[in-house]
Design a protein around this ligand. Structure first.
Ligand code: SF4
Ligand code: SF4
Length: 139
């Protein structure tokens, strides 16, 4: 899994909004208790451990993805290796987090949206074709 910090995007601006800081700091509160992994039915009941990264690791990826200086597109990794599509947003992980991290709403759903934008939005596909925008997949 590609979970390393990445070099900042070219010409990234070091001036951030407070909301950008708050968003990333929420994910940094994780104490790695793994309660969220333990209650997730995708892992616990369906035992899809080899197909689904689970909420703790998705929180970690969200912390990288939403960092204002980050310049890597992890959408292919999220779709194909982390198996984010297997999460069906039951929010059990959010309910048990002792650090009150809003795992599902603030980490997982925005990551799902990035995957949908990248792979299933026809307008974005046309735009990338027209502009020759290259993807920088981390996977
Ligand atoms: S919201 Fe997703 S990650 Fe969290 S417990 Fe439910 S299926 Fe698992
Ligand atoms: S339950 Fe919360 S603190 Fe514990 S591992 Fe999951 S995200 Fe981190």
């Amino acid at each position: 899994m590609e979970l390393r910090d990445q070099p900042p995007k070219p010409n990234a601006d070091w001036r951030w909004q407070q909301s950008d800081v708050d968003r990333v700091q929420e994910f940094r509160k994780c104490i790695e208790c793994f309660l969220c992994q333990n209650v997730c039915h995708v892992l616990r009941t369906h035992e899809l451990k080899h197909q689904f990264a689970g909420p703790r690791f998705l929180v970690r990826i969200a912390g990288l993805e939403m960092h204002p200086m980050d310049g890597v597109d992890r959408s292919r990794f999220l779709k194909e290796q982390a198996g984010i599509g297997l999460c069906n947003i039951t929010k059990c992980c959010t309910e048990v987090c002792p650090e009150s991290i809003t795992i599902t709403d603030n980490a997982i759903i925005p990551l799902k949206e990035r995957v949908v934008d990248r792979f299933y939005d026809p307008l974005q596909t046309i735009w990338r074709a027209l502009t020759g925008t290259s993807d920088k997949d981390a996977g």
